[in-house]
Design a protein around this ligand. Structure first.
Ligand code: THU
Length: 134
C-alpha cells in the first residue's frame, strides 16, 4: 500500500520536473511533498543567472506547502531524469524543520525507487536551544 503511495508521489514529482527552470546546469529536478493533512505540494529547481540565487526543487516544494498552511511533512519525493539524487544538505535541514521522520523517496531509474528517513540523511541537524513556538 505504501509502495503505491510512494509511486504516486514520485509520479507527481516527475510531472512537475518538466517545469524545472535550469538553463545553466541543465539538471532538472522535481519534488512533491505529502503533508500531514493529506495534501500534496510540488516544486522544481529554479535557477538564476546569479547562480547562488538558485533554489532546489525540494525547498521550493516545502516552501509551497508551508505557504499554503501545511507545516507537517509526512513524505517528500524527489525525481530527476538521471535518478539517484537525495536532497542536498540545505534541503535536509529545511525538511527537518517540519518533520523528524519524513520519508524521502527518490527514483533510481524510471521504474525503481528507494526510500530513506530524513533522520538517516541528516542525523544531527542544527538546533537552537529553544524549540520554535509556531
Ligand atoms: N538540485 C535540486 O533541485 N535538488 C537536489 O537535490 C540537488 C540539486 C538542483 C540545483 C541546481 O538547479 C541543479 O539541481 C544542479 O545542481
Amino acid at each position: 500500500m505504501k509502495d503505491n503511495l510512494y509511486r504516486n508521489l514520485l509520479n507527481l514529482a516527475k510531472k512537475v520536473c518538466r517545469n524545472s527552470y535550469s538553463p545553466y546546469s541543465k539538471f532538472k529536478v522535481g519534488a512533491a511533498v505529502l503533508c500531514g493533512n493529506g495534501s500534496v505540494f510540488c516544486g522544481t529547481n529554479v535557477e538564476n543567472v546569479s547562480y547562488g540565487l538558485s533554489i532546489c526543487a525540494e525547498r521550493a516544494a516545502v516552501f509551497n506547502a508551508v505557504s499554503n498552511g501545511c507545516k507537517e511533512i509526512k513524505a517528500l519525493a524527489v525525481y530527476s531524469p538521471k535518478g539517484n539524487i537525495t536532497p542536498c544538505g540545505a534541503c535536509r535541514q529545511v525538511i527537518t524543520e517540519f518533520s523528524k521522520d519524513a520519508v524521502i523517496i527518490y527514483n533510481i531509474n524510471e521504474n525503481e525507487f528507494k526510500t530513506a528517513k530524513i533522520s538517516e540523511l541528516l542525523p544531527s541537524e542544527f538546533k537552537m536551544v529553544e524549540e520554535p513556538k509556531s
